[in-house]
Design a protein. Structure first.
Length: 193
């Protein structure tokens, strides 16, 4: 027979209930954890057929990088305190270092021995100046319509919250938010480049 709440049980015996586990209180914490978990589980999930990004990531892979993995180097970054990626001979900045009209568009979320994650925010009418990416996984937190320019031309990409992609690297591209909403992405770069 079950006892009524408050009667008997651990409380009556003088024991207190175990502490509740800490919850993730901010959107930033939940977003970072979700991005990392999705990155680790990405190979196990097939993309839905209504996803505009093919499973190959072709809509986001804007060209094969000319530099090989051996040409990718890490250098200390005095701004973030972590590492900054660069490719030998690459004149464009890394996505985290590029901005829009002198303002940063991306902020570092985490940087450890295995990966680096950052969040990029593009208000309507704002963009991301020309930059490159090493291989990475991306996740759309808030969707939007971006006009992307690269070596293959100009195209408009409409992405919705929850979309994700894998890219083997981008030699260069630039983007401009032509939509009415703020677009937010999380980018996770493995360091086993």
């Amino acid at each position: 027979m079950r006892e009524a709440p408050g009667a008997g049980g651990a409380a009556a015996a003088g024991f207190s209930a175990p502490p509740r586990p800490r919850t993730l209180s901010s959107k930033r914490e939940r977003g970072a954890v979700a991005a990392i978990l999705c990155f680790l589980a990405a190979p196990a999930f097939a993309q839905p057929t209504d996803n505009p990004i093919p499973a190959s990531g072709g809509a986001i892979i804007f060209g094969e990088p000319e530099a090989g993995a051996k040409d990718l180097v890490y250098r200390p970054d005095e701004i973030s305190g972590g590492l900054r990626f660069s490719i030998k001979g690459q004149s464009n900045p890394h996505a985290l270092d590029a901005g829009w009209k002198g303002e940063k568009t991306c902020a570092l979320l985490d940087d450890n021995a295995a990966m680096r994650a950052f969040r990029c925010v593009f208000a309507s009418g704002a963009g991301h100046e020309r930059h490159f990416h090493p291989k990475h996984w991306g996740y759309v937190v808030e969707g939007g319509t971006m006009r992307v320019t690269d070596g293959k031309g100009v195209r408009d990409l409409k992405m919705k919250a929850g979309d994700s992609w894998w890219s083997d690297g981008v030699e260069w591209h630039e983007a401009f938010n032509i939509g009415d909403t703020t677009a937010i992405y999380v980018i996770v770069e493995p360091k086993d480049q």
